[in-house]
Design a protein around this ligand. Structure first.
Ligand code: GLN
Length: 303
């Protein structure tokens, strides 16, 4: 009696319900992503090859991934890749896995940047580099300086900037928030997805999120420790009229709105994501009196 071979079809047919029983998110998709990774192919190509039998080594490698995923390791750490803003980023446990909501931050920054003149963006807490790199790819006239405290994450961000072809316009510097910046020209935009989870909530996060770097999540007692430091420090690094754009957590909108207003930012607004959670906060650096044309004058420049 010959044993039935483990084909792509049969392996997927076994794994998806297995993941479902364990409560793994998107069980079929997860099975496909992991199998495509083991077979060094794409999800779409799996379907062109449903009757392909797996070799012994492939089956063993896939079994290992099933076990690791079942134990709560995020799919993206197992495959080493995550799509973000249409680009494929290298990710591993040294960095937070890019979230789809964060694409809204990238979009807002790209909307704010002029397309016909050069501009400079500062990103604080670059992690994988997904924000900085996506901004650079989205606007060829933009240079991004990205700071990141974790030396491990700095390596990942630099590697993504290189692989995605923008290393000449994305400069990743290691250090805390503004610390790695030398006094110099201010930026048109300061953007950040800082750690904003309130410390008491950290233990309640899913097993997957708890495998991500603590540093990228822990926002202190009320979640806003880093937000407060960014709000108070950013205006000194913005051109007059420049934009501060932050990702924030659900329910933090009113408090971040007050922080921005109390710090003197103008045009403060909070935006929600598609799940209708508070997700983005914006403020602009007010133009100083010297930048505001006096009433009845044509401004300081006679031309
Ligand atoms: N949105 C992240 C989460 O899922 C939090 C990321 C952050 O703190 N910036 O928990």
């Amino acid at each position: 009696m010959t044993e039935q071979p483990w084909t792509v079809r049969r392996v997927l047919g076994w794994t998806a319900p297995h993941f479902e029983k364990l409560g793994v998110d998107a069980p079929r998709l997860t099975a496909e992503l992991l199998l495509a990774h083991v077979l060094d192919t794409s999800r779409v190509r799996l379907y062109a090859d449903l009757d392909r039998p797996l070799e012994k080594g492939e089956l063993a490698a896939f079994r290992t991934l099933i076990a690791r995923r079942s134990a709560g390791e995020p799919t993206q750490y197992l495959t080493g890749r995550r799509e973000f803003y249409g680009h494929s980023f290298q990710v591993d446990p040294r960095v937070l896995i890019p979230r789809p909501e964060t694409e809204l931050l990238v979009e807002a920054v790209l909307r704010a940047l002029p397309r016909d003149s050069n501009s400079r963006v500062l990103e604080l807490g670059a992690g994988s580099g997904c924000i900085a790199v996506s901004i650079a790819l989205g606007n060829a006239r933009t240079r991004v300086v990205a700071t990141e405290l974790s030396p491990d994450a700095v390596e990942v961000a630099r590697s993504n900037a290189r692989t995605l072809g923008v290393a000449d316009r994305v400069e990743v510097r290691q250090g805390d928030l503004f610390a790695p910046l030398a006094a110099g020209r201010p930026f048109e935009v300061v953007a950040s997805n800082p750690p904003y989870v309130a410390r008491p909530e950290l233990p309640t996060l899913s097993a997957e999120v708890r495998k991500e770097p603590h540093l990228a999540l822990d926002g202190g007692e009320d979640g806003l420790d880093v937000v407060r430091r960014i709000v108070s420090g950013a205006s000194a690094w913005l051109v007059p009229g420049g934009l501060l754009a932050l990702e924030i957590g659900d329910g933090q909108g009113p408090r971040v709105q007050s922080l921005l207003e109390d710090a003197g930012y103008g045009s403060v607004r909070i935006e929600r994501d598609l799940a209708r959670h508070d997700r983005l906060a914006f403020g602009t650096r007010n133009r100083g009196p010297q930048d505001t044309p006096r009433e009845g004058s044509l401004g300081s420049d006679p031309h």
